[in-house]
Structures are given as structure tokens and as C-alpha cells.
Design a protein around this ligand. Sequence first.
Ligand code: NDP
Length: 247
Amino acid sequence: MKQSCIIVTGASRGIGAAIAESLAQAGFMVGCLSRSGDLPHRPDASEEVRQRWLAAACDVTDAEAVRAAMQDIDARCGVPVAGLVNNAGIHLEGKSDTFPLDQYEQVMRTNATSVLIGSQSVFPLLREQGGLIVNIGSFFDKMGVKRNLAYCASKAAVGAITRCLAVEWASAGIRVIDVAPGYIATDLNRDSMASGPLRAFLEKRIPRGEPGTAEEVGTLVTQLFAMPCHFLSGETIYIDGAQGIAH
Ligand code: NDP
């Protein structure tokens, strides 16, 4: 699979940028999608890694734009597209009794509908030789979290979409896996994690006492693309330092 290209959404920052760096370090070409169209913000990335990155701008909620961006990457990368990481996501929170419906719909469309949009867009590119789609979920997918109804619902939907596509597209040689991180310090939550009640909560609730890193998620995702384990599909793999099962 190494002489191939993996497309990563939300690759400009955070977990997506770390995944893009890790995949390029392993020898993959990487199509890097985000609204800004910026290359991954990874200041220490080597020149060799940077040469394996191709950026394209699109909003993951816009099906036509996503399809066009993937076709652009496919035309430019010079090797077959063999996979997709549906990583782009947002986090909006608020009390459920007054949470604005437009914000609920924005979270669902950005975090969950985008997974279907991305998967449908990459399907024609994978149909010939098969491939792997990794969806970035969250350990919130099976939790009830105050003020996080939309986010939890969107990530539960990511798990369900993963299972359905894994079953339906197995005959096309396409595997689909949900990688569900616990707390990872990124732009998404850096401020709330730095101090205050969330920091105290994390220190108490995460068995190892601190959040995970984007690099750890990048390593796991890259291993999934690198390992020849064709019976692994439809699963949700938690990378959360055992927080999701801690009591
Ligand atoms: P960041 O906010 O750091 O980065 C989000 C990335 O997504 C950016 O590259 C952003 O780029 C892109 N993005 C956001 N909205 C859109 C959009 N509509 N269209 C295209 N690109 C978009 O987030 P994280 O790296 O923390 O999160 C990445 C994924 O990991 C998300 O799905 C998140 O839910 C999940 N996750 C994160 C956890 C954490 O603790 N951080 C824990 C569990 C899951 P741009 O602004 O240029 O579009």
C-alpha cells in the first residue's frame, strides 16, 4: 500500500496534521484537505515529509467541493489513492434545554454527515483496488456528557456509519474503521484543558493523569494503513488511556 496516497480531512491542524505527518514519514503520499487549504501545521516536519503533502481547500460539509478536491488530489499525486481519513470535526457545547438547533445541525453535519460525504467521494477512487477508510470518532460516542449532546450524538453516528459501510463495502475490498480518541490537547480544547475545572477533571479521571497526544493518534492510524490485516473492519478502536472504561 506504500506506493499510494491517503487523503486526510482536517489536516491543517491538530490530530489531522499529526496523522498527515506520520503517514508521510511512513512513505505515503498524503492529500491534505481543510477549509483553509493550508499544508499541515507541523513546524518540525522534514523536507522529505513536506514533499509528500498535497493540499486542497474544501469544506467537508459541501459534497461537491469534497468530490472536486479529491479528484484534484487524485490527478496530482501520481500514485493510486488507497484510503481516506475522515478527521475534520468541531466541538460546540451548551445546555441541552436551550442548545440552538442550528448549532446541533452544524455539529452533526461537520462531524457525522461529512463522514458519509467523504466516503461517498472517495468510493469511486477505491472501487478498483479496494482500500481503507478510517473515521475519527471519539470516546464520547458511548457516554452521556452534560452540555455535549450534539457532539456525543455526532460521534455515536460516526460509529454507526463505520459499521454500515464496513458491511456494505466489504465486497468492494473496502475496510472501514472508527478510531475513537480520548482527550487530546489541540486547538479544539486547548484553552479549556490548560487550567480550571476540565484540567482538574482530566487529572482525576484519566488513569495516567494526562491527555494523549496527536502524535499517538497519528501513529495508530498509520499502523492501520501499514498492516496487512484484511479481516479488521467495522470496529471502533478506542485510544483514550482507558478513560472510557475507568470508574
Ligand atoms: P482541531 O480544531 O485542532 O482541528 C480541526 C481540523 O479540522 C482543522 O484542520 C480544520 O481546518 C478542519 N476543519 C474544521 N471544520 C472543517 C470543515 N467544515 N471542513 C473542512 N475542514 C474543517 O481539532 P482536533 O484535531 O482536536 O480534532 C480532529 C478530530 O478529532 C475531530 O473529529 C474531533 O472531534 C476528534 N477528536 C478530538 C479529540 C480531542 O480531544 N482533541 C478527542 C476525540 C476526538 P480549517 O479550520 O482550515 O478548516
